[in-house]
Design a protein. Structure first.
Length: 94
C-alpha cells in the first residue's frame, strides 16, 4: 500500500495524514470444522491491496477473525482504521 510504505523521513501532505485505512474482511469454511479461507481488501486513498489465505482444517469463526488479524498486521505504521466485516467478532478500530 503506497501510502503506508512511505520511506522514513519522507514528507506527507496534511490530506494524506488525515486519510483512513479501510479494511474489508471475510472468512468462510466448507464444513465446520473443515477447509476454510479468509480474504482482506485494504484501501488507503486510491491504493488497494488484496490478501488471502486458508487452512485445511479450521472453523468459520477462526477464518473471520484471521481475516481481521491479517489486515491489521499488514499495516506498517499507526493509522486510523475502519474495519468492515461480515460477522460480529470485530468492530471499528481507531
Amino acid at each position: 500500500m503506497h501510502g503506508l510504505l512511505r520511506p522514513a523521513g519522507s514528507a506527507e501532505s496534511p490530506a494524506q495524514a488525515r486519510q483512513v485505512v479501510e479494511i474489508f474482511t471475510d472468512g468462510a469454511c466448507l464444513k465446520n470444522p473443515g477447509p476454510g479461507g479468509w480474504g482482506v481488501v485494504l484501501r488507503y486513498g486510491r491504493h488497494e491491496k488484496e490478501m488471502h489465505g486458508g487452512e485445511p482444517a479450521t472453523t468459520n469463526n477462526r477464518m473471520e477473525i484471521m481475516a481481521a488479524i491479517q489486515g491489521l498486521e499488514s499495516l506498517t505504521r499507526p493509522a486510523a482504521v475502519h474495519l468492515y466485516r461480515s460477522e460480529e467478532h470485530t468492530s471499528e478500530l481507531q
